[in-house]
Every structure is written in structure tokens, then in C-alpha cells.
Design a protein around this ligand. Structure first.
Ligand SMILES: [Zn+2]
Length: 412
């Protein structure tokens, strides 16, 4: 009997080998079919048939680490093209797959949050990022700082300033504790402390509108702790003093704000003017503006002092200030390259100021200075530009040196 069994061994071996070979062939055939369908999906994408491609990918049964990456890229590509619906479908399909490992799931959740944010669905985006935040793992690719960064972006849009402050503190803490991760590339570096000061100022603005001065003071203290040199805070301090009719103090804060950031001058000019009028210190304000212009040579100060002089000719009568202003305007018009707005304001001032010396003289002097200022302005201004790419040049050329197009150079 044992001998018979022994004789049957080769047969068993042969049939076992046949069965195994059949199984491998079947597996190979299935893999072949799968990769064929994957290639088909890619081809649909390349031939700009995104819906057909989506159908292939969303019904693709098997998913491994390479296909997961492709799905991520595919979803992100749809989002960057503004096709948020398709991006959402891809990332939702990916998250629903049972065979994703935790790292892949985290990354897919992050992308889904970005999709919702792009679609303007703030509640859904907040829900996804919050869930991610609660379950984030230290060992994976998504960083806590980047999740907080996106949450802050949501809270900024929904104007939930206290939550935005919390998210900013989370970013600051996480950046100290954890090394950089892949998702940090998506979050540009900003001055978090300056932003926190902005959020406190937003809250303080709201409290000021409600007349709750005590709360305003507390919020401003918090803003100061976050960013001591915040021009926004200086402006707000000025506004609070202005609101309480403490115009001298308001003037002090507004001046500190424009010294720190001259761009605020256009926003604060009227308040400066009013606070100065209320405290009979328009001449002092003019002195400050002249001083600041001489120091910083910034057109905002130049235009502001011209505006103030023009509007308050009867108040600014100190001969020293008038003389200094006249000399400054004359030297700037004749020797500096000013912009058209500054030239216009300067000539308006001359016209008004010298009217007392006789119209003809004022007009002639103003005309000469304007002519000189315009000449300065035109000097060095490119006479030609390319209508194809906008490149500017001084002399005519047959062919644009930037975009290499022929006959595209025209008069500026
Ligand atoms: Zn060109």
C-alpha cells in the first residue's frame, strides 16, 4: 500500500504545481487588467476627459501605496484647477477605503479639508481640520502647526478672532516642539505675534463700537504683549483717546503710528487734522510733518504737509514754518522726480499761497516750477513699450528684446 502511495507522489506533485501555476496566472491576469484600467484612467486625464477618468479611478478596486499617492495628486490637481467638486469626490473616495494605513488617512483628510476650504464650505472644513487635530499622530506627515494654520485661516474668514488667537498660539507652540513635516510647505511663514495683535485689535474695535472702554483697555494690553510696536495698536490707542475726546493724547498716538508706518497717513490724515484743530496745534502738526519728510523723504509726508498747508492757510501763519515749507517745495519741484499727484498738490499750494502777491506773479512762478517738475518727471521715463509683453524701453527697436516679437514696440 505504501508503495502505491509512493508511486502516486509525482502525480500529486504535478497536480499541485498545475494548480499553483493556474493561481499565479490568474493573479497576473488580474493585475494586468488592473494596471490596464489604471493606464486607461491616466489616458482619459491626458485627453482632457476628467469625468471618464474619475469613473475609472473611483471604481478602481485595489489600492496600494503607489496608487494612494496618485489619488492624492489627482485630487490636488483638480483643486488647483478650480474643479473642487472632482477633488472632493477623489479625496472622499480615498478616505472611504478600508485598507488605508493611518498615515495615508491623515494625509487624505488634510487634502479633504483643503478642498472644503477652497469650496468655501467653512463649517465642513473646520470639522475636518478639527477632527484631524484631535487624532493627529506625532509620527506622520501632517504637522499640527499646518492644521492650526488652516484652522486660523478659516477663523479669519468667519471673523472668530478669539479662535484665531488660539490657533495662532497653537502654531507657535507646535513649531517649537515638532520638526518640519510635509504639510508645512503649504503654510507660508508669517509674523504670528503681529497677527495676534491684529486679532486683539479687531476685538477691541468691536468693544469700542459697543462703548465698552474697560474691555477695550484689556484687549489693547493683550495686543501690546503680543506685539509692542504694532502700528495698528497705536492707531487704536489714538481712536480710543479720540473717542474720549482726549485729542492731545490721540494726536500723540496717531503721530507715533505714522512715524512707524507712513502708509497709515492717508487713513489717519483727517483724524490728525481734527485732533490738531481741537487742540490748536495745527502749526505743530505741520512742523512734525516737515520734520518727518526731511527725515524719511517719503511722498506721503510731502503730500500731507501740502494738503494741511492748503487747507489751513489762515491758521499756519508762523513765518518760519511758511518759509521752510516754501523752500522745501521749491527745491523738491525743481530738483526731485516727484509723482504727478505731488506735483499737482504742490502747484495748487503755490497758486493759493502766492495769490496775495498778485495773480500774474503767482501764475508765472507756479508755471515755471510745474514745468521744471514735469521735466524731472519725464526724464528717464521709457518712451516705448511692448504691446505684447509690456516691456519698457527708451529707444525704438524692430523686435522686443524680452518676448522676441516683431513690430510690437509702441509709444508708451
Ligand atoms: Zn515684448
Amino acid at each position: 500500500m505504501v508503495e502505491v502511495l509512493f508511486l502516486l507522489l509525482p502525480l500529486a506533485f504535478y497536480s499541485g504545481w498545475r494548480a499553483a501555476a493556474k493561481h499565479i496566472r490568474k493573479q497576473q491576469q488580474q493585475q494586468c487588467e488592473l494596471s490596464d484600467s489604471f493606464v486607461k484612467g491616466v489616458n482619459y486625464l491626458l485627453s482632457e476627459q476628467p469625468d471618464k477618468a474619475l469613473e475609472v479611478f473611483l471604481n478602481y478596486p485595489d489600492i496600494d501605496e503607489y496608487t494612494v499617492e496618485t489619488y492624492q495628486l489627482l485630487g490636488n490637481m483638480f483643486r488647483s484647477r478650480g474643479e473642487v467638486d472632482r477633488a472632493l469626490r477623489v479625496h472622499q473616495n480615498l478616505i472611504a477605503r478600508s485598507n488605508l494605513n493611518p498615515a495615508q488617512k491623515e494625509k487624505a483628510m488634510f487634502s479633504l479639508g483643503e478642498d472644503f476650504l477652497s469650496a468655501g464650505m467653512m463649517d465642513r472644513a473646520e470639522g475636518v481640520f478639527q477632527e484631524l487635530m484631535d487624532n493627529i499622530s506625532k509620527s506622520h506627515q501632517v504637522s499640527k502647526a499646518s492644521v492650526c494654520w488652516f484652522l486660523r485661516s478659516i477663523f479669519e474668514q468667519t471673523q472668530e478672532w478669539r479662535k484665531a488667537i488660539e490657533a495662532s498660539n497653537c502654531i507657535i507652540d507646535s513649531e517649537k516642539k515638532t520638526p518640519k513635516r510635509l504639510t508645512d510647505e503649504k503654510t507660508p511663514k508669517v509674523d504670528n505675534q503681529a497677527l495676534i495683535a491684529h486679532y486683539y485689535c479687531e476685538l477691541a474695535d468691536e468693544a469700542l463700537h459697543q462703548g465698552n472702554i474697560h474691555e477695550v483697555e484689556q484687549l489693547m494690553n493683550n495686543a501690546r504683549k503680543a506685539h509692542k510696536q504694532s502700528p495698528r495698536l497705536m492707531t487704536l490707542q489714538g481712536d480710543v483717546a479720540f473717542h474720549q475726546q482726549m485729542y492731545k493724547l490721540a494726536l500723540k498716538h496717531y503721530l507715533a503710528a505714522i512715524k512707524t508706518d507712513s502708509r497709515l497717513l492717508s487713513m489717519l490724515f483727517e483724524k490728525l487734522e481734527t485732533a490738531a484743530s481741537k487742540t490748536n496745534s495745527t502749526q505743530n502738526l505741520q512742523k512734525e510733518l516737515i520734520k518727518l519728510y526731511k527725515k524719511q523723504r517719503n511722498k506721503s509726508f510731502f503730500e500731507a504737509m501740502l494738503e494741511l498747508a492748503r487747507k489751513h492757510t489762515n491758521v499756519i501763519h508762523d513765518p518760519d514754518i511758511k518759509k521752510e515749507l516754501d523752500q522745501l517745495i521749491e527745491s523738491e519741484l525743481s530738483s526731485k522726480k516727484l509723482n504727478i499727484e505731488s506735483i499737482y498738490k504742490a502747484t495748487e499750494y503755490i497758486k493759493l499761497n502766492e495769490a496775495s502777491q498778485g495773480e500774474a506773479l503767482a501764475a508765472k512762478r507756479g508755471l515755471l516750477l510745474t514745468s521744471q517738475a514735469l521735466q524731472n518727471y519725464l526724464q528717464g521715463l521709457p518712451a516705448f513699450s511692448c504691446e505684447h509683453c509690456g516691456y519698457q524701453l527708451h529707444n525704438y527697436l524692430w523686435r522686443c528684446p524680452a518676448c522676441q516679437q516683431w513690430d510690437t514696440i509702441k509709444h508708451s
